[in-house]
Design a protein around this ligand. Sequence first.
Ligand SMILES: [Zn+2]
Length: 97
Amino acid sequence: MFSGKSEELIRRVKRAVIARRSVQVFKPAIDDRFGSELDKLEAICVVCGESATRTQRIVNGVPADYDDPIIVIGAQEAYEARCRTCHTVPRRATAPA
Ligand SMILES: [Zn+2]
């Protein structure tokens, strides 16, 4: 207690938000010191500016194909926060009609 755990958690959450990562923080239901909260933190879609709910994997400057390997040696890889509309998965098989 009073060792700075909460401050460290808040620092880490803020850091993840700045890095456009999705963040979820939970606390016990009996802990009502800061409200009964649900405080959803969401990233901003880098394409349109709406709330981002997905992470877009970018390989060599374009969205990764559905069947791209998880690890691509030598590729420039990045992740972007994107909304449902702007998130794409090229070459994903579509469900039969
Ligand atoms: Zn968007």
